[in-house]
Design a protein around this ligand. Structure first.
Ligand SMILES: NC(=O)c1ccc[n+]([C@@H]2O[C@H](COP(=O)([O-])OP(=O)(O)OC[C@H]3O[C@@H](n4cnc5c(N)ncnc54)[C@H](O)[C@@H]3O)[C@@H](O)[C@H]2O)c1
Length: 195
């Protein structure tokens, strides 16, 4: 999904700073996007690091002076009932699926609030709303993403900020996912905000 999201942003004139733990796949993604110009930067890392989460936002801002959109797409699907879920499973799932979103959103909202607005998309899951069987940590983390979105939006951001929480259907997306934040160069052609 992340690869497709990056391509869509680039097609709409955005510069993309893309992150993922899989450095090789990430480089493939940005290399393909850069065949027709300077469109994307690969910034590999582990979302369990707060410093890495914040660096993704800072890199986009430092490179372009803007932050128009943030898409929190990366996530892991942890299988197991409550009895099959270890402490490590639980912590890893929440670190990647939820806490990383908190870190990137907090950093991004701070900048967007002071710089005229922006858009954030956090990818949840239908299983965060209607939990499926035997995925205790995954369903709970995705439910938390949906709630985090609702409670974190209206007050700190105001009207010029837009947020969405997406519940993708599995069969509609490919399996290349990247967490990304995007920034659009001022010199590039304009266009509406991406949500
Ligand atoms: N595909 C589906 O059926 C489906 C359904 C509902 C929700 N979703 C959600 O949509 C999003 C994308 O799904 P997908 O199927 O494209 O996923 P995917 O498994 O293909 O890709 C996930 C990406 O996250 C990266 N990642 C994992 N741990 C990381 C870490 N610690 N640091 C940095 N990167 C890390 C992986 O390297 C991978 O590229 C996820 O949040 C997922 O939960 C997917």
């Amino acid at each position: 999904m992340g690869r497709a999201i990056c391509a869509k942003f680039v097609a709409n004139g955005y510069f993309v700073v893309a992150g993922d733990a899989n450095a090789e796949a990430l480089q493939d993604t940005t290399t393909a996007l850069n065949k027709i110009g300077e469109n994307a930067l690969a910034r590999p890392g582990d979302l369990r690091s707060k410093a890495y989460c914040e660096d993704l936002i800072d890199t986009a801002i430092n490179l372009t002076g803007r932050l128009d959109a943030l898409v929190n797409n990366s996530g892991i699907i942890t299988r197991g009932t409550i009895l099959e879920t270890s402490d490590e499973d639980w912590e890893r799932t929440f670190d990647i699926n939820l806490t990383a979103i908190f870190y990137t959103c907090r950093r991004a909202v701070r900048f967007m609030k002071e710089n005229g607005g922006g858009s954030i998309v956090n990818i949840s899951s239908t299983w965060g709303v209607y939990p499926g069987p035997s995925h205790a940590a995954y369903c709970a983390s995705k439910a938390a993403v949906a709630t985090f979105f609702k409670m974190s939006w209206a007050r700190p951001c105001g009207r010029r900020h837009q947020g969405q929480c997406c519940l993708p259907r599995g069969d509609r997306y490919s399996h290349a996912s990247v967490r990304l934040c995007t920034s659009r160069f001022r010199s590039r052609h304009g266009g509406g905000r991406t949500q």
